[in-house]
Write a protein that binds this ligand. Structure first.
Ligand SMILES: NC(=O)c1ccc[n+]([C@@H]2O[C@H](COP(=O)([O-])OP(=O)(O)OC[C@H]3O[C@@H](n4cnc5c(N)ncnc54)[C@H](O)[C@@H]3O)[C@@H](O)[C@H]2O)c1
Length: 297
């Protein structure tokens, strides 16, 4: 049976891997984005997700790959992967980051709920922990950052992501749909591994993201596993590699950059500070792409 998935933001850095992976696994994928895909492995319907009318229209439309296909009748959608967003601060004004991210997510979840779509994966962010875009250096309350952490960011981007998680929980309460929010670490494309020599030389560069990373292809696998895993209800899960993006041991990074922050568990030599235990437990996710195997030597 065809599984129909709408991906939003599939023209972006992370979303393109999700579209590619789903198409490779036999899904029929429609991408909703403001811009086309650089490598169009699925059809893009140009949509402004901050406009509720466009979102309802797009989500009720045909996902068929081509306009000359035999059957252009709209069919029910099995799942949505919602990645479209302004993905950081300082690229547009703070109020626009907040408005676009919050309204796009509300519109997608509202339409999904009213159209009876039972599974939505939402891109949240590690920035919700309040460290990444803080005005000045900020120690977290503890490491590793896990989903129980009382999130308290101060920037407009992370604020929008915290609100999106609250919105997602509210729509789950209304419909019972499975909505999984992924607090994603720093997403890497294969070309980004070229940056490792510079990052290793200056470990302070990645201090704000607690040296997290996630290969876009591993993130795509997590999304597919989420689509395929039914019945979890509303869940928040970190999505991060097993290891830190540094050749310094985790204990050394903590000693140099976060002395005095309580560490809640015994950490492995290079263990991530953005816990991925929940993702592994709930979705059976495993990391495939490690910087030590991908980066130039
Ligand atoms: N890149 C990272 O390291 C990272 C880390 C954590 C979370 N995230 C989240 O993952 C998601 C994808 O991030 P990315 O790095 O691929 O960003 P990106 O900017 O490369 O892609 C986002 C896509 O969303 C589209 N978009 C933005 N506003 C839109 C609108 N109003 N209507 C329709 N489309 C719109 C853009 O055109 C773009 O193609 C985002 O939700 C981001 O917040 C990214």
């Amino acid at each position: 049976m065809t599984k129909r998935v709408i991906v939003t933001g599939g023209s972006g850095l992370a979303g393109k891997w999700v579209v590619e992976d789903l198409v490779a696994h036999g899904y029929e994928v429609l991408n909703l984005d403001r811009v086309p895909m650089a490598k169009p492995v699925a059809r893009t319907l140009i949509t402004d997700l901050t406009d509720a009318g466009q979102v309802f229209n797009a989500m009720a439309s045909s996902t068929t790959p081509k306009e000359f296909d035999d059957d252009l009748e709209p069919k029910p959608i099995d799942a949505i992967v919602h990645f479209a967003a302004i993905p950081r601060i300082l690229v547009t004004t703070d109020n626009e980051v907040f408005r676009i991210n919050v309204m796009a997510t509300y519109n997608v979840l509202d339409a999904a709920s009213k159209l009876g779509i039972k599974k939505v994966i939402v891109a949240s962010s590690e920035t919700t922990y309040g460290i990444v875009f803080a005005h000045r250096h900020r120690d977290p309350q503890y490491f590793p950052l896990d989903e129980q952490y009382p999130v308290d960011p101060m920037d407009s981007y992370a604020m929008s992501k915290v609100i999106n998680e609250v919105t997602a929980k509210a729509f789950h309460a209304r419909t019972g749909a499975d909505i999984y929010c992924f607090r994603i670490g720093n997403v890497l494309d294969p070309v980004d591994y070229q940056k490792f020599p510079g990052w290793l030389k200056d470990p302070g560069l990645r201090k704000r993201i607690a040296w997290s990373y996630i290969d876009g292809r591993d993130l795509a696998t997590a999304c597919r596993l989420g689509i395929e895993k039914d019945g979890l209800g509303f869940e928040v899960m970190n999505v991060a590699a097993d290891d830190v993006s540094s050749d310094l041991p985790t204990a050394e990074l903590l000693k140099r950059f976060y002395p005095g922050v309580p560490v809640k568990k015994q950490l492995g030599q290079f263990e991530t500070l953005l816990s991925n235990e929940k993702l592994k437990k709930l979705l059976g996710w495993q990391q495939q792409y490690r910087w030590r195997e991908q980066a130039p030597r």
